[in-house]
Ligand binder design. Structure first.
Ligand code: ASC
Length: 153
């Protein structure tokens, strides 16, 4: 390849790659906050549908429950890698303790994720008693983490 063409190609490659490298730490932190809030919002919406069924506010329907639980399980796995360093500052209710007690925080996350899998399994099995119990456990796990690691609003 001719040197001129080669350098044009290099320039184009660098230009395309640049946005990823050019992202400032402040921007990355802001994006991390938005990402995890979006994931929690969606998880809350789908878990809310499950909680309504568990409480008998809405009739239990195994198919609807399974659809919601599948999503809730996936969504429950998204937020926690986005508590990146520095993202305790900004538009967030996350308490700084999250970053100084990372292991405890992540253990609580795992408790919630495991409980959510049980909700999904019970929904799939059409087992209403197991479903109610798993939704209860998951709700407790949500609350336990909020009590310790979320600013009161
Ligand atoms: C929900 C929801 C939560 C939890 C929590 C349980 O439905 O959105 O954050 O349950 O309120 O105490």
């Amino acid at each position: 390849m001719k040197p001129v063409r080669m350098s044009l190609l290099c320039a184009a490659a660098i230009a395309l790659a640049l946005p990823a490298f050019a992202q400032s730490p402040a921007k990355a932190q802001e994006m991390a906050i938005k990402y995890r809030q979006a994931a929690f919002t969606l998880m809350g919406a789908h878990f809310g549908a499950l909680a309504a069924m568990a409480k008998g506010k809405v009739p239990f329907d195994a198919k609807v429950a399974t659809d919601n639980a599948n999503l809730a399980v996936q969504l429950s796995r998204l937020p926690f890698s986005h508590f990146i360093p520095g993202s305790d500052k900004g538009h967030t209710a996350a308490l700084p303790k999250i970053w100084t007690e990372k292991d405890k925080f992540e253990a609580k996350a795992k408790t919630m994720q495991d409980a959510m899998v049980k909700v999904d399994e019970a929904a799939k099995a059409g087992n209403l008693e197991a479903f109610k119990s798993a939704v209860g456990e998951t709700g407790k796990a949500c609350k336990s983490c909020h009590d310790d690691y979320r600013k009161e609003s």
